[in-house]
Design a protein around this ligand. Structure first.
Ligand SMILES: NC(=O)c1ccc[n+]([C@@H]2O[C@H](COP(=O)([O-])OP(=O)(O)OC[C@H]3O[C@@H](n4cnc5c(N)ncnc54)[C@H](O)[C@@H]3O)[C@@H](O)[C@H]2O)c1
Ligand SMILES: N[C@@H](CCSC[C@H]1O[C@@H](n2cnc3c(=O)[nH]cnc32)[C@H](O)[C@@H]1O)C(=O)O
Length: 411
């Protein structure tokens, strides 16, 4: 394809996403009218695909100068990246299938904008800022973090006194994790697994590692597709929830014997390792929908294997003894590396939070540390989303408001 065709393909994807992100489009209109980000420079590391492009356009419409790169070597859609790079006040440095050196090199180029606001997914950009680019920290007003894992990293930095800037934990907005992590990961992970394997889910035994927000979404959708579910957990309360939601719960060492498809959503490392690969069934399929590429220990798998080959796009088959183990998307986030990521209507809420928080950082001086999304902004996203869905709700009558605020009335 010539460049014009690639850019046109990216534009088409962005237009489709834009048309399905009504909350972000309201915020974009406000940004166009009020220019709250005028004079601000925003450095971003997010999955560079169509919904992210709509967020970037929104920030630029608010007056910001934006530089963006990827937050995962395999999630960039090159056509969208090229289309973004042609737009005014936007530079895009992301490339699909980049090496680790290129990945961090592109973060450096994004930071060359001398940002005062950052937007991260996984905290790789903030990590670079605090290690090799500390000279830029003085000009930073604040940052936003998109995902659970990034917030874990930032809180660990804060606990050690290593964090030197304010960051808003966008993931922890209710209009983010309750929808994106649960319904988004639930749908997009299975979309990616099904299109990548072209195999049936019904009747298979699916093992979900971790019953957090992503895990319960992935379990719920697998159950709807007719799979038999096993959940593994380390948290007794979440294990109990999985049990009472109707799923079998057991340690991974036991689950490894039964699973046909494994989906990891723990945010942890080494959750599937040598001990598990050794006992898995022939033909087992392994997918990660949680954290970087560390949930499935690929070094262990390579060490155990006599050969590795590509058997289908985004599927590597490892031969271990007399059996085959199939890994999707090199153990990176299956929904983004082997699919199109979350549905647009879900990212609409996540990115409405990002846009509102970027504005909040521009208009308020925050202390160093990890901050929650202001509750009124979170609720506003819910209200706007309900409105876009044409859903009306009740509100307290004066009598009810008085009752709910009182303590005198008993039985
Ligand atoms: N694929 C995506 O698009 C997507 C979307 C949102 C979040 N994420 C990522 O997914 C991961 C999970 O996010 P979340 O919001 O569900 O987090 P969460 O904290 O709600 O859930 C993680 C769960 O995994 C459990 N766990 C941790 N270590 C475990 C182990 N060794 N074995 C079994 N269970 C274990 C925890 O007890 C917890 O219940 C994070 O890395 C997050 O960044 C991915
Ligand atoms: N960057 C790391 C950390 C996990 S990304 C997980 C985040 O991706 C976000 N996400 C999921 N789907 C999409 C999408 O289609 N576009 C942009 N972001 C997405 C989602 O909000 C979630 O919090 C990695 O790639 O391993």
């Amino acid at each position: 394809m010539i460049d014009e065709e690639i850019i046109e393909s990216g534009e088409q994807k962005i237009e489709w996403a834009r048309n399905h992100m009504p909350v972000l489009s309201i915020i974009r209109k406000e940004f166009e009218d009020e220019k709250p980000l005028k004079g601000h420079r925003i450095a971003m590391a997010l999955h560079v695909e169509a919904k992210t492009a709509v967020l970037v356009e929104t920030l630029a419409a608010g007056g910001a100068e934006v530089a963006i790169t990827g937050c995962n070597p395999l999630s960039t859609q090159n056509d969208v990246a090229m289309a973004l790079d042609t737009k005014d006040n936007i530079d895009c440095f992301a490339k699909y299938d980049c090496s680790s050196k290129e990945y961090y090199g592109s973060i450096d180029r994004v930071l060359d904008i001398d940002p005062d606001i950052t937007i991260d997914d996984g905290a790789d950009l903030i990590f670079k800022l605090h290690t090799e680019r500390t000279e830029l920290l003085d000009s930073i007003r604040g940052g936003c973090e998109e995902t659970t894992t990034g917030i874990h990293r930032l809180k660990a930095m804060e606990a050690e006194g290593a964090l030197k800037m304010p960051v808003i934990a966008v993931n922890d907005a209710m209009t983010k994790f309750l929808f994106d992590n649960r319904y988004g990961t639930g749908q997009s992970s299975w979309d990616a697994i099904m299109r990548t394997t072209n195999l049936l889910v019904a009747g298979k035994t699916v093992v979900i590692g971790g019953y957090g927000w992503c895990g319960r979404g992935a379990a719920m959708r697998a159950s709807g597709l007719g799979a038999n579910l096993i959940v593994t957990e380390v948290d007794p309360i979440r294990a109990l929830e999985a049990k009472m939601d109707g799923f079998r719960v057991m340690p991974m060492q036991k689950a490894a014997l039964y699973g046909d498809i494994f989906v990891m959503t723990t945010g942890n490392t080494d959750v599937l390792n040598r001990d598990h690969f050794e006992v898995m069934k022939d033909g087992a399929i392994l997918a990660n929908s949680g954290h970087f590429n560390v949930e499935i220990n690929l070094e262990d798998l390579v060490a155990l294997s006599s050969s590795v080959r590509d058997v289908r796009k985004n599927i590597k088959e490892y031969t271990v003894g007399g059996k085959h183990i199939n890994v999707l998307a090199d153990g990176r986030l299956v929904n983004l590396a082997a699919g199109d990521g979350h549905p647009a209507e879900v990212m609409d809420m996540s990115f409405a939070n990002q846009a509102q928080c970027a504005r909040y950082i521009a208009e308020n001086k925050l202390d160093v540390g990890v901050h929650p999304v202001p509750h009124d902004l979170d609720v506003r996203v819910a209200r706007l989303k309900l409105k876009s869905l044409d859903v009306e709700i009740d509100s307290y009558s004066p009598k009810q408001a008085e009752y709910m605020g009182g303590w005198e009335c008993g039985t």
